[in-house]
Write a protein of this length. Structure first.
Length: 151
């Protein structure tokens, strides 16, 4: 009998998600072997997890440094009055912004950027300087990278 956990995933679903989180390129046969089901049953489980929205995508993780993006910055953005939506559109249009959260508190947005140099960072910040106040921190290291929530 499968144990149901608070996430709504049973033990087989959890093992599937953990295996795919570690290596999204695993074949259906390899996944089936890991969870102890047939390939058709494993495929059905994966389809249900996708249909429920538990699995959003099978993706690839790039190395910014390998692509020449040697600096990472966290930018807290506080739009000037009446400029909230303008600033949001500007941030969304910057490909160097790899993620951005709209937050509560004094700042409205917290953005993570990958850039090649301080000069490139300055150029990006200049695009919004007349529409928002910014506070920038350079990332020295990332002790905890992006990860999935606990299952």
């Amino acid at each position: 009998m499968s144990l149901i956990v608070k996430s709504g995933l049973d033990e087989v679903d959890r093992r599937l998600v953990e295996a795919l989180s570690a290596d999204a390129r695993l074949s259906l046969k390899e996944l089936a072997g890991i969870v102890g089901l047939s390939s058709p049953s494993t495929s059905e489980r994966l389809k249900r997890l996708e249909d429920r929205g538990v699995i959003k995508a099978f993706t690839v993780e790039l190395s910014p440094a390998a692509l020449g993006y040697t600096l990472q910055a966290i930018v807290r953005v506080r739009p000037l009055p009446g400029k909230l939506h303008v600033v949001e559109r500007l941030i969304a249009a910057m490909p160097e912004v790899v993620e951005c959260d709209k937050v509560t508190g004094e700042d409205c947005y917290i953005a993570r950027l990958h850039v090649r140099s301080i000069g490139e960072l300055d150029t990006l910040l200049d695009r919004i300087a007349d529409k928002a106040e910014t506070n920038t921190s350079i990332v020295k290291s990332q002790p905890v990278g992006r990860r999935n929530p606990p299952l």
